[in-house]
Design a protein around this ligand. Structure first.
Ligand code: MOS
Length: 760
C-alpha cells in the first residue's frame, strides 16, 4: 500500500493546525484543575520550614477548628502507605506523611481538607509545627555530601586517555557549572481524586499516567485495575510530570479520609519543591588535539546534585562519548546528596549541561588552534557511531552546519575576538553542534473504523502541549486514507491501550509507530473481508495492491476500481471493525552503544542493558545552533540579537508543531544561558525565589528572531521515519550564546546563567 497519496501528502507535512486548537482557545479543553466533581472538597498542604531534622510536635487543634475544615492529616494519623515498586528511570519518592524525619525544606508535613480551597489554605496556616533542626547539607562543594566508595554511576571509556593526553600537542581544560532550574509549566500540577468503594479515579497533571497508576495502586495496596488515571489535557510538563509525586498520593488519601472527591492543586511556590527540578551541576572537562585540530583525547567528569532519596540518575557526560570521532574518551558521572527537594529530568536533561561544557571547550580549542569552529567540528566528524563503529540510522549533522552557516551568515564573522561592533555594543558570533540520543520506547494503540466512514484511534498517552492529538490524527489519516476531521483520536486515560511517558523526546516515534502499525493492521482486516469476495473490486488484493484515500480503498493499478470503508462494512453487516496493535520491536538502538551492549538512556530509561540483537543501529537527532549577541562593555548587559537553529529531526510530520517545539526549546536554552536559576537559601535550604516574578524565565523582550530549519531524511529506525524533537532544540543554545559572548568580549564564561557581574 502506498501511504503517500495526495490526500495524505496534504495531511502530513506543512499546513496542519492543532486538532485541539479550538478546544484550547475557547477554554473547552479540560485540564486536571478544571474537573469539578459533586461534593468535591479541597486540600491544602503544609510544608517543612527546615531542610534537615525531625518534627518534634505538630499542633493541629486550631486548624481542625477552623471554618469548613473536614480533616487535618499528619504523620500521626495518615495511616500506612505502601512503598511503590522500584523504577530506575523514574524512582517513586517515598510515601508522604509516614514519619517525623525531614530531609528538605518544602517537604509535606501536614494536609488540611476543607469545603473550599480558601478554607483549606487558611486552616493550613494554623497548623503549628516545631522541629528539632539538624545542620543541612546544601552545597555541591560540601565534603559531607561527597559519595564514599566508587562514586560513579556512569563510567564509560574507549582507548587510553592518559597516554594520549600526555602525548598531545594541544590541550584545553575547564570547570563548568550550571544552576538548578525549575520546570514551571503554566498549568499548576493538580490531582482530583475520587473513590468508589475500593476503586480510585484520579485526574492528574502527568506525562506518565501508567506510572502514576502503578504508584497509586501500590500506595493503597490495590491492584492496578482498581485505579484509573485520566489526563486528557496537561498544561505543560518539561519533565516535571515524568515521575510520580507525593501530592497525587495525598489527594487520594484526602479523598479516602473524608469520603468525598478531593482536589489538590499546587500553588506556584509549591511547584518549586513538589515536582522536581533540574539539578545544579559541576563538570571538569579536558580536551586534547593535534595541531591540525584532530581530537586525540577527551576526559569528562560530571557531578550532579540529588536529594536524600532515590532520584533519577543524571548522566551529564553520556553524550560526550558519541559526539565526536575521538579515539580516547572517558566519561564519568557521580552525584552528591543534599538536603534539597527531589530532582527530575528537565527538557534535555544532562545532555544540555554536558553539551554546554563540550561545545564551549571546543570553541576555546578553535581559538587556541586558530581554526574556524565549524571546521574543527568537521575535522572530527563522527561519520559512524564512534563507540562501536556502526553506521548511524541516518545522520545529517554536516547539513546542519552547512545550512546553519548559510542562513546565519557565518562567513561574515571576523575570527578575532572584540573585532565586531555595532555602535557601543560589542558583537559576537558563536555556534555549537548537537548530538541528541534517541529513545525508542514501545507503545500500543487501538483503531476502529465505523460504518459511517469515521474512525476512532486511541492510546493512553498524554499530550503535554506538544501536539500528540494532532500528530497521531495525521498519522492515522495517512494510513487509513481519511480526512483528519473524520478521525477522533483519544488519549489521556489508563483504560486505553498502554503508552509510554510523554518524555525523552520519544512519544512521537513510539506511539506514532504504534498508530501507524495499528492502522495498517486495520486496513488489512478490512481487505480480509473482501479479498476473497469475487464481487468486490478489491477481490484478490493484498495491502500492497491498494491505495487508501477519501475513505476508500482502491486498486493501485486502477483507482477507479475500489470501494469505501462504509460500503464494505455495510455489506458485511458490521457496525465497526477494531484492531489493537503496537510499535514494532525497535530496529534501531535507543542509546549509547557500548561494546556489544547498549545502555539505554541512563537514568531516565534505566540502565537497562539491551542485548545487541535488539540494538544494532545507533540512532540520534542532530543539530547546529548559531547565536549573535550584543554586549555592552560598560554595563555588562547581554542581549541576544538572533538565533539560527538547524536540526536533523528525521521526517517532520507536522512542520508547524515541529517548529514550535524548536522555538520552545530555543527559548528554554536562552533561559538556561541567561536567566533561570532556582536559588537555595544557604542557611535554611528554602527556595529563595519560588515565584514567577523572582524566578526569571526568558520573556518576549529577551527572545529575538529565531530562525528554525530542518534537514535530513526519514529515519529508517521506525516506520514513520521520525526522530524526537521535543528536547533537541534546547541543546547547544547555551554554548552557542556563551561562545558568542567570548567572541564579542574575549571573556570565557563557564558558569550558567551568564550574569551581568560575569561580564563586568
Ligand atoms: Mo522531558 S525531560 O523527557 O519531559
Amino acid at each position: 500500500m502506498t501511504t503517500t497519496n495526495a490526500a495524505a501528502a496534504a495531511l502530513v507535512g506543512p499546513g496542519v493546525d492543532r486538532v485541539d486548537g479550538r478546544l484550547k482557545v475557547t477554554g473547552a479543553a479540560r485540564y486536571p484543575s478544571d474537573f469539578t466533581l459533586p461534593e468535591m472538597a479541597y486540600s491544602a498542604l503544609v510544608r517543612s520550614t527546615i531542610a534537615a531534622g525531625t518534627i518534634a510536635r505538630i499542633d493541629t487543634a486550631r486548624a481542625a477548628a477552623a471554618p469548613g475544615v473536614l480533616a487535618v492529616i499528619t504523620h500521626d494519623n495518615a495511616g500506612r502507605l505502601h512503598k511503590a515498586k522500584w523504577n530506575l528511570a523514574y524512582p517513586p519518592p517515598p510515601p508522604p506523611l509516614q514519619d517525623a524525619k525531614i530531609t528538605y525544606n518544602g517537604q509535606y508535613v501536614a494536609m488540611v481538607v476543607a469545603e473550599t480551597r480558601q478554607q483549606a489554605a487558611a486552616a493550613a496556616r494554623l497548623v503549628e509545627v516545631t522541629y528539632d533542626r539538624d545542620e543541612p547539607v546544601l552545597s555541591i562543594e560540601d565534603p559531607a555530601a561527597r559519595p564514599k566508595s566508587n562514586p560513579y554511576f556512569l563510567d564509560m571509556k574507549r582507548g587510553n586517555v592518559k597516554t594520549a593526553m600526555a602525548a598531545a600537542e594541544v590541550t584545553v581544560e575547564g570547570t563548568f557549572t550550571t544552576s538548578a532550574q525549575t520546570h514551571n509549566p503554566i498549568g499548576p500540577f493538580t490531582t482530583v481524586a475520587s473513590w468508589d468503594r475500593d476503586t480510585l479515579t484520579v485526574y492528574d497533571s502527568t506525562q506518565n499516567p501508567f506510572l502514576v497508576r502503578a504508584v497509586l495502586a501500590a500506595s493503597f495496596g490495590l491492584g492496578e485495575e482498581k485505579v484509573r488515571v485520566l489526563s486528557p489535557f496537561v498544561g505543560g510538563g518539561f519533565g516535571a510530570g515524568l515521575r510520580s509525586w507525593p501530592h497525587s498520593i495525598l489527594a487520594a488519601l484526602a479523598a479516602r479520609t473524608v469520603n468525598r472527591p478531593v482536589q489538590l492543586s499546587l500553588t506556584r511556590p509549591e511547584m518549586f519543591t513538589g515536582i522536581g527540578r533540574r539539578p545544579s551541576t559541576l563538570q571538569h572537562l579536558k580536551i586534547a588535539s593535534a595541531r591540525d585540530g584532530t581530537l586525540v583525547a577527551i576526559e569528562h567528569e560530571g557531578t550532579s546534585t540529588a536529594s536524600m532519596h532515590s532520584d533519577s540518575l543524571y548522566p551529564i557526560t553520556v553524550g560526550t562519548i558519541v559526539s565526536y570521532a575521538c579515539p580516547n574518551v572517558t566519561a564519568r558521572d557521580k552525584r552528591v546528596r543534599l538536603n534539597i527537594p527531589p530532582i527530575a529530568h528537565m527538557r534535555a536533561p544532562a545532555l544540555a549541561e554536558g553539551n554546554f561544557a563540550v561545545e564551549s571547550l571546543l570553541d576555546e580549542l578553535s581559538y587556541e588552534l586558530g581554526m574556524d569552529p565549524i571546521e574543527l567540528r568537521l575535522r572530527n566528524y563522527a561519520a559512524v557511531h564512534p563507540q562501536t563503529g556502526l553506521p548511524w540510522s541516518s545522520r545529517a549533522l554536516r547539513e546542519c552546519y552547512k545550512t546553519g552557516a548559510e542562513r546565519f551568515g557565518w562567513a561574515q564573522r571576523e575570527p578575532a575576538v572584540r573585532t565586531m561592533r555595532d555602535g557601543r555594543w560589542l558583537v559576537g558570533y558563536g555556534m555549537a553542534g548537537v548530538t541528541f540520543i534517541q529513545n525508542h520506547a514501545k507503545g500500543q494503540a487501538r483503531a476502529t473504523i465505523r460504518r459511517d466512514g469515521t474512525a476512532r484511534v486511541c492510546s493512553g498517552a498524554t499530550d503535554i502541549g506538544t501536539g500528540t492529538y494532532t500528530v497521531m490524527t495525521q498519522l492515522a489519516a495517512e494510513v487509513l486514507g481519511l480526512q483528519a476531521d473524520r478521525i477522533e483520536f483519544e488519549l489521556g486515560d489508563t483504560r486505553l491501550p498502554w503508552a509510554p511517558e510523554a518524555g525523552g523526546s520519544g512519544l512521537t516515534a513510539a506511539l506514532g509507530s504504534a498508530v501507524h502499525n495499528t492502522c495498517v493492521a486495520l486496513v488489512k482486516r478490512v481487505l480480509g473481508l473482501v479479498s476473497d469476495d469475487p464481487d468486490s473490486p478489491l477481490h484478490g488484493c493484498a495491502i500492497e495492491d491498494v491505495v487508501a484515500s477519501d475513505g476508500r480503498l482502491a486498486r493501485s493499478d486502477d483507482d477507479s476500481r475500489g470501494e469505501s470503508y462504509a460500503e464494505i462494512l455495510q455489506r458485511h453487516v458490521l457496525d465497526s471493525l477494531t484492531v489493537d496493535g503496537d510499535s514494532a520491536k525497535p530496529r534501531g538502538s535507543t542509546g549509547v552503544l557500548v561494546g556489544s551492549l547498549a545502555v539505554s538512556r541512563l537514568g531516565r530509561f534505566g540502565h537497562k542493558l539491551i542485548g545487541a540483537s535488539h540494538a544494532t543501529i545507533p540512532a540520534s537527532a542532530f543539530g547546529a545552533r548559531f547565536a549573535e549577541v550584543r554586549v555592552d562593555p560598560e554595563l555588562g548587559v547581554l542581549r541576544i540579537a538572533r538565533i539560527v537553529s538547524v536540526t536533523d529531526g528525521g521526517r517532520i510530520i507536522n512542520q508547524k508543531l515541529a517548529r514550535s517545539q524548536l522555538i520552545g526549546g530555543t527559548v528554554g536554552g536562552i533561559g538556561m544561558a541567561m536567566f533561570e536559576e532556582t536559588v537555595t537559601d544557604p542557611g535554611t535550604g528554602r527556595v529563595a525565589n519560588a515565584t514567577l516574578s523572582d524566578y526569571l524565565v526568558a520573556v518576549n523582550a529577551d527572545v529575538p528572531d529565531i530562525d528554525v530549519a530542518f534537514v535530513g531524511e526519514p529515519d529508517p529506525s521506525n516506520p514513520i521515519g521520525a526522530k524526537g524533537i521535543g528536547e533537541v532544540g534546547l541543546v547547544g543554545v547555551a554554548a552557542a550564546i556563551a561562545n558568542a559572548v567570548y567572541h564579542a568580549t574575549g571573556r570565557r564564561i563557564r558558569s550558567l546563567p551568564i550574569t551581568i557581574s560575569q561580564l563586568l
